[in-house]
Design a protein around this ligand. Structure first.
Ligand code: NAD
Length: 345
């Protein structure tokens, strides 16, 4: 009897997107993933073919499936287009951006890293509510930016972070803030975290708070003291690139965007236009995003098989792409990965 199919939207994306998506799909097929794909356009490709970088039919598909695997999207410069990724987050209320960072290649500067950054995805300074005030002929004499954080927004991401950490058997949640200076904007986040911990999570998991600048220093000096980090949008953007750097760079970093109306899985990196079409991109981040998608639909055993095969391909078979100092093309790496998945059983 064949397992039940799960409809899901597939967005190959721009630049290296289609090349790395091929690898992710091959890995998913090799583990027998249950997804039934609706392939949809978005990004520069969609602007050319449909006249819109985020066509209505793509949004309709995600509304139907509530689940998507997405390659990187290039937001057209000029022409008044807003970031497609921000539009997707808003459209589907994707309030939690979860970025795990695990050491995949031992022997580097940092071994045994296993961190998760939970980033608020819809509020704060990152939303870019900005304007200039002209003075005496200088149109840019003063620049202003407004950040908005709400109790409800903080609750959503904090609840997800605590619940996710407990479900994964993690030990500690650290809330990262700047409440000593931005007493309202990030104070509300810290205050909500402390309240929620007292009311709902005390005794279930450890909890601590740290100021964002000290957090950066501590992550570089001794990242092993942290476990799950939860923070506001802009700090999460920065901290998750820092943690990706600890485990070998953006080519290794997957991310999930979880919301009330959908969940979208992607690589943290962009479309890498400098290497697009050359067949040399590292598909690991998107492959790991596909594994997160399997976890999300409660098929973690299959997700684990992909993660194990990635580790074996990189470390036992020593097949690596150029960004990791290897010589393998995207396709050679993918073939080795699929062989690993099949051989590991
Ligand atoms: P980028 O992440 O595309 O590239 C930065 C550098 O990392 C480049 O040198 C690139 O070659 C390298 N790199 C990235 N991914 C790699 C991979 N998988 N394998 C090997 N090398 C890799 O960042 P950018 O150049 O600032 O952005 C390019 C475009 O991507 C922009 O249009 C940006 O808006 C978009 N972008 C999209 C997303 C997304 O869709 N989630 C995220 C970031 C940037």
């Amino acid at each position: 009897m064949s397992a039940q199919k799960i409809p899901a939207t597939l967005i190959p994306g721009d630049g290296i997107g289609p090349e790395i998506m091929e690898a992710a799909l091959a890995a998913l097929e090799a583990v027998g993933a249950p997804f039934e794909w609706e392939e949809m356009p978005a990004g520069m490709g969609a602007l050319k073919s449909e006249g819109d970088p985020l066509p209505g039919k793509t949004l309709d598909s995600i509304r139907r499936t509530r689940l998507a695997l997405k390659g990187p999207l290039e937001t057209p410069v000029g022409g008044g287009f807003r970031s497609i990724n921000v539009r997707l987050r808003e459209e589907f209320k994707l309030y939690a951006n979860i970025r795990p960072a695990r050491t995949l290649i031992p022997g580097g500067r940092y071994d045994n890293i296993d961190l998760i950054v939970c980033r608020e995805n819809l509020e704060g300074l990152y939303m870019g509510y900005e304007h200039f005030i002209p003075i005496e002929g200088d149109p840019h004499a003063v620049a202003m930016s407004t950040g908005v954080n709400t109790r409800q927004g903080a609750r959503h991401i904090l609840e997800y972070a605590f619940d996710h950490a407990i479900a994964l058997g993690r030990k500690k949640v650290t809330v990262v803030h700047k409440a000593n200076i931005m007493k309202a904007l990030t104070g509300i986040f810290l205050e909500t975290a402390e309240q929620m911990f007292e009311e709902r999570y005390k005794g279930k998991i450890q909890f601590e708070q740290v100021i964002v600048d000290a957090c950066c220093m501590k992550l570089v000096m001794n990242p092993w003291q942290f476990d799950v980090l939860v923070t506001t949008n802009l700090f999460g953007d920065i901290l998750s690139d820092l943690t990706a750097g600890l485990v070998g760079g953006l080519g290794m970093a997957p991310g999930s965007n979880i919301g009330a109306d959908a969940a979208i899985f992607e690589a943290v990196h962009g479309s890498a236009p400098d290497i697009a079409g050359r067949g040399i991109a590292n598909p690991t981040a998107l492959v790991l995003a596909a594994a997160l998608m399997l976890d999300h639909v409660k098929q973690q055993d299959k997700g684990d098989r992909i993660r194990q095969a990635v580790s074996d391909t990189l470390n036992v078979d020593n097949v690596r792409t150029g960004d990791l100092g290897g010589k393998a093309s995207t396709r050679e790496y993918t073939e080795a990965l699929v062989a690993r998945i099949r051989n590991n059983g």
